[in-house]
Design a protein around this ligand. Structure first.
Ligand SMILES: C[S@@+](CC[C@H](N)C(=O)[O-])C[C@H]1O[C@@H](n2cnc3c(N)ncnc32)[C@H](O)[C@@H]1O
Length: 289
């Protein structure tokens, strides 16, 4: 399963790619967006592709085989340091396509999907130690409830947390399916969305410290952009989008950026038909002043 890039034309337009520009794709993934940026660049243009998932970097380097692509294994919070370390001070544009890729989601070994018997892992960067298994089996009921409520926006956070604690007293909760079954006993299935969707989203955000990472990535990006440099961010759920929206509003108020999108750009019906995973995408962008 390969990842289909989302809102590609819209991102390219927002970045206003220049032939000889230097661009950062801070979420390289399978390189869908990077590939299209590279097509717009001339021989002296460059893309710095960053991902916290080393496997994604290796796979995409191999697939694109382009000497104008420089890859770095780093996360948003290490963005400035990574660029400085590679000898870059300022760039013409930065993009972030948040969340996990289809390759990560559908790889049963990575433990992101509630339909798999894989161990509860959910790390984007497998060199990190914290896993979903540790949260579910070792964190307190209060902490588990809090992340499910805050990061999953789940109304049933308390009963789900309680059910997890009851179950783990009988024995460790190892697999994704085990956790999905626990949630299903608390929350019955209504409609097409799996009852464990919000709980899994919450765990993934907590394991990867996603909101703090995003906040830091955005703040560092502003400082890395040249004057008129562009920042484009695609988010996939309300917690991410709220963080991105607030960031742009504040950056504009502080006189650092000018918003290009007052309202987020969303995929066309045709794109959603072609790629249902794009349905919740929201693109926001701004220009450094
Ligand atoms: C939605 S995918 C990007 C897909 C890519 N645009 C494409 O077209 O193939 C998100 C990628 O960003 C990476 N990622 C998510 N959060 C990150 C962070 N804080 N720092 C670095 N990489 C991150 C994930 O590992 C994943 O590979």
């Amino acid at each position: 399963m390969t990842h289909i890039p989302v809102l590609v034309e819209e991102v390219l337009e927002l970045l206003a790619v220049k032939e000889d520009g230097l661009y950062v794709d801070a979420t390289l993934g399978s390189g869908g967006h990077t590939e299209r940026i590279l097509k717009k660049l001339g021989p002296s243009g460059r893309v710095i592709g960053i991902d916290r998932d080393i496997e994604a970097i290796k796979r995409t380097r191999q697939r694109l085989k382009d000497r104008r692509l420089i890859t770095i294994h780093a996360s948003f919070s290490g963005l400035s340091e990574a660029l400085r370390g590679a000898g870059f001070k300022e760039v013409d544009g930065i993009m972030m396509d948040l969340g996990v890729s289809m390759n990560q989601l559908k790889d049963p070994e990575r433990g992101f999907s509630f339909q798999s018997d894989a161990r509860l892992d959910m790390r984007m960067d497998r060199s990190q130690t914290l896993t979903a298994e540790e949260i579910v089996n070792q964190w307190s009921a209060q902490k588990i409830e809090r992340i499910i409520r805050e990061y999953g926006e789940e109304r049933f956070a308390r009963p789900i947390a309680k059910a997890i604690i009851t179950e783990r007293k009988r024995g460790p909760i190892y697999s994704c399916r085990q956790l999905a079954d626990i949630v299903m006993r608390v929350k019955r299935k209504r409609g097409r969305i799996h009852p464990a969707t919000k709980t899994f989203q919450a765990l993934r955000i907590a394991v990867n410290n996603e909101i703090e990472e995003l906040q830091q990535g955005l703040e560092q990006s502003v400082k890395l952009l040249k004057k008129d440099g562009r920042l484009a961010v695609i988010s996939y759920h309300s917690i991410e989008d709220r963080t991105v929206k607030r960031f742009f509003v504040k950056a504009e108020r502080d006189g650092l950026m000018q918003r290009i999108t007052k309202k987020p750009i969303v995929p066309s019906e045709e794109e959603v038909r072609r790629n249902p995973s794009a349905r919740s995408a929201k693109l926001r962008g701004g220009k450094r002043i």
